[in-house]
Design a protein around this ligand. Sequence first.
Ligand code: CP
Ligand code: NVA
Length: 309
Amino acid sequence: MENFIDLNEISTYQLRKILEDAKKRKKFRKNLNFLDVDKKAPLKGKLLIQMFEKSSLRTRLSFYLAIKQLGGSTLTLRPDELHLSKGGESLEDTAKILSSFGDAFMLRTDDDNKINEFKKYLSIPIINGLSPSSHPTQILSDIFTIEEIKNKPISKLKITWIGDCNNVLNSLISASVKLDFDLTIGCPKGYEPNTSILKWIKRLRKKIYIFNDAKKAALNADVIFTDKVISINDKVNKKKKLSKFKNFVISQNIMNQAKKNCIFLHCLPRGDEVDDEVFKSKKSKVWLQAVNRIHVQKSILLYCFGKLR
Ligand code: CP
Ligand code: NVA
């Protein structure tokens, strides 16, 4: 069994295998219904337990369909209904019960330590469904979407992130190291990625390019990503932060700096960080991006269960 916690803990070989498997599985699903099961039902009889300590629409639905299409099933626990969150049961005991009632555990949490604690006590795989420091299932799926649309490896493309340097970007940075692509970041001064990440990049002798100017960051990009300026449960002065990002709202003007066939991606849900004109334009691939999560979650699950082809 394998955990899926952070992209930088997974080998390039395994990440590529997940992407390849997802490609084959997506092709095979044409003309099937949402709940039709893949050939050989590779996760028949398996139960994925999910828990969301923060809201979710896409991650919840995509894991639900992913395990179903592999022949298994899922149960979603509400954290406020467990003894754990009320202090009536330890995390260690909760983990032991999860391990004896289910086959894998997907957790979305506000606390990175909780993922590490669960990992220590679970004897089943744990999947990070978003934490304050990363969102690995999202970014692996986004790479799938980019390669599907552009029909070439991401290492041949210029990828740009404009906006808040948050959990989603952290996973994109890890992916840029693992899958060796060019990453440019546009963000206001003082809102750059945290220094431990920048030091990690330097230690690996990799490079990311950071501009405090959105137009410069967008120059010649093949892909422009953004995300909400205020993430779920972000404890900041919202008014102040939003005003700092006002020149980083993705507009047609910014998109015009990029390559003609540049695409726009956003993991969703969105706020005001992108103009409607761009969000609803042909360049925006956000709906395909969302739906592809089903296909990639399936291959992530198979990786965790040691059943990747
Ligand atoms: N992109 C994403 O993770 O969406 P949800 O928060 O709706 O799961
Ligand atoms: N950065 C966002 C992503 C939501 C899917 C958040 O953490 O809220």
